[in-house]
Design a binder for this molecule. Sequence first.
Ligand SMILES: C[S@@+](CC[C@H](N)C(=O)[O-])C[C@H]1O[C@@H](n2cnc3c(N)ncnc32)[C@H](O)[C@@H]1O
Length: 350
Amino acid sequence: MAGNINLHAANKAKKDEFYTQLVDIENELKHYKAHFKGKTVLCNCDDPRVSNFFHYFSYNFEQLGLKKLITTCYKNQNRDLFSQNDSERAIWLEYFGDRNGNRVPDPEEIGIHYFNGDGDFRSKECIELLKEADIVVTNPPFSLFREYMAQLMKYEKKFVIVGHQNAIGYREIFPLIRDNKVWLGYGFKGGAGHFFSKYEDVATAGDHREGMIRVSGVNWFTNLEIKKRHEDLILYKAYNPKEYPKFENYDAINVDKTADIPMDYNGVMGVPITFMDKYNPEQFEIIGLGIATLGLECGVQPYKPEHKKYRKEIQKRGTVDGDLYMNDRRRSYRTLFSNPHPPSPNRAPS
Ligand SMILES: C[S@@+](CC[C@H](N)C(=O)[O-])C[C@H]1O[C@@H](n2cnc3c(N)ncnc32)[C@H](O)[C@@H]1O
């Protein structure tokens, strides 16, 4: 039993203990600069002695015109000494800018405070600091992403946080995205990031970087306005029923790639979840996501018995299950195809 618990703890740590590069933080946050003026920023999964989020905001404190920076750090009982500064207690600090000239901010000099508890972002002590914050910026533990987001929503905070693209499909997260309460930021180059980690990397040789792991499918989640979200996706393909067959279990056409969204189709379309990266709410409306209960909620029908045996094959193609259903806002919402189409030869035959 103890072995199981340790294994679980190690797996969780492996999922959560990786650290963001300064360059990735800079690349994303350069698009948000105007939001920070006069604001209190909280980084609440960040040891100021090692976190590049603390470094970014403390170095750029004056340039961004921040009011205050708060950083809090979790004392993970299972923490396995990634940080050389691993202390016995959870710490936090607050920074009001460099009042002593142009020195590089040093956490010890700024003054480290100790929590009574473990610095869990959900603890009362941390929530008191959260209440003070205008904008929360960090890379939180992926294993607690749902709870982390729920807390930000509960306290109505603005945020820019790193998360995995899979989180878009979480039952708790997808409705926030569908209802335009949360959207994706600019993201990592090629949809993958390198993070500092002591764990073994699975990246291919060409992509391997010493002391780092490559995490694919990472993105930034935010509720701060950014230009990208208002940029139209340029469409160039024309609809034809052969190239865009209808789903068996939903009244929508299948679009294999976001770039292939037809410019002249008046109805619901199923696109891969990666479409979210190009989503502009003035151009498109998200209807739902064809996964499990989220799918049932937006009317995706269960497979007919005769199609079940093809399910795996269809899933491999990345269509039907897990597709995102969305409409083009600037055209009629109603699908032109009111009669069910015969199944295409490419998909599940009846
Ligand atoms: C993905 S790492 C990122 C660390 C840092 N924000 C960065 O980007 O370099 C997530 C961090 O959250 C910490 N963490 C795990 N559980 C936590 C909790 N319940 N409350 C606060 N922090 C937690 C982990 O110890 C880990 O350092």
